[in-house]
Design a protein around this ligand. Structure first.
Ligand SMILES: [Zn+2]
Length: 311
């Protein structure tokens, strides 16, 4: 079986303004690399629009209403200092959340081995009742609830290696002992959460902050010594990855020093962990990564690692 790639071109129409780092150029550059013959074996699928009722698995009705009421007919609206939307942002967000549900369906129905969701806007900063940090809806958490509510799985783990802490996923999972969130991230850094003392209602949150300047050695050590043992103890039936690539040395928004190869390594190790714990059930979704060259090279290694699980 193949690796699925979920995508929809409306993700390119989510326009955040000419100087915004979370731009359509990120997706364009990734699509360019994934068009190479090395990636011919990908099972390319269109991300569908999520049923808006499913957004309420992770969010308050007030939050969902506020997002859609804010969408302008023309121009831009800034929900906060970082989070900018335009007229197509609503559909892009609905297909980002829909795409991860589609990916969960495809993996759990046995149609594909694993899946990558190439989407914008990202999701892991969107809290239960608040959009922030370029994120409108918490895609990884919604994907986890798709697995529980539509497929009957009980325990789902999200692994997040974006350089920023996924305060949104943590917030949604905080009181749910059967949802696990494990994160490596730079600290101090936006959004300011993610200390080791934040553990959730039942030890189901595992935060591993890394100091500014940390690189390959520190990252690999905390993945092997902290994140993976936490996931193993939790015994998930599905692993979802919040795949952010902004811990790269070349990224302009943070100060960790990972190289392309570190993203290839962590991707391969997460594939191996999924084979060890949950029959290889693995769904990954794009979060951050703002140097388009480093981002696209690193995503290529990530997707290649997912495809190699099927070789
Ligand atoms: Zn980030």
């Amino acid at each position: 079986m193949a690796t699925a790639l979920f995508y929809h071109p409306v993700s390119l129409l989510h326009d955040t303004g000419i100087h915004h780092p979370e731009s359509p150029r990120r997706i364009e550059k990734i699509l360019s690399i994934l068009s190479e013959t090395d990636f011919d074996a990908l099972d390319r699928r269109e991300a569908t629009v999520i049923d808006t009722a499913k957004l309420l698995w992770a969010h308050t009705g007030d939050h969902v209403d506020r997002v859609f009421r804010a969408i302008p007919d023309t121009g831009y609206v800034a929900i906060d200092g970082d989070t900018v939307i335009c007229k197509d942002s609503g559909e892009a967000a609905l297909r980002a959340a829909g795409g991860i549900c589609d990916a969960v369906d495809a993996v759990l129905n046995g149609e594909v081995n694993n899946a990558f969701c190439l989407s914008r806007p990202p999701g892991h900063h969107a809290e239960r009742d608040r959009a922030m940090g370029f994120c409108l809806f918490c895609n990884p958490a919604i994907g986890a609830y798709q697995a529980r509510n539509e497929h009957g799985l009980q325990k789902i783990a999200v692994i997040d290696f974006d350089v920023h802490h996924g305060n949104g996923t943590q917030d949604v999972f905080w009181n749910d002992p059967d949802m696990f969130y494990g994160s490596t991230h730079g600290s101090p850094l936006f959004p300011g959460t993610g200390s080791e003392g934040e553990v959730g209602v039942a030890g189901n949150i595992l935060n591993c902050p890394l100091p500014s300047g940390a690189g390959s050695y520190e990252f690999r050590k905390v993945i092997e010594d902290n994140i993976f043992p936490g996931v193993r103890d939790f015994k998930p039936e599905l692993i979802i990855v919040s795949a952010g690539f902004d811990a790269h040395r070349e990224d302009p928004l943070a100060s960790l020093n990972l190289e392309d190869e570190d993203f290839g390594w962590v991707s391969k190790r997460i594939v191996e962990l999924s084979l060890e714990l949950c029959q290889g059930r693995l769904v990954s979704i794009l979060e951050g990564g703002y140097d388009t060259g480093a981002l696209s090279r690193s995503v290529a290694l990530h997707v290649r690692a997912l495809m190699n699980a099927t070789d």
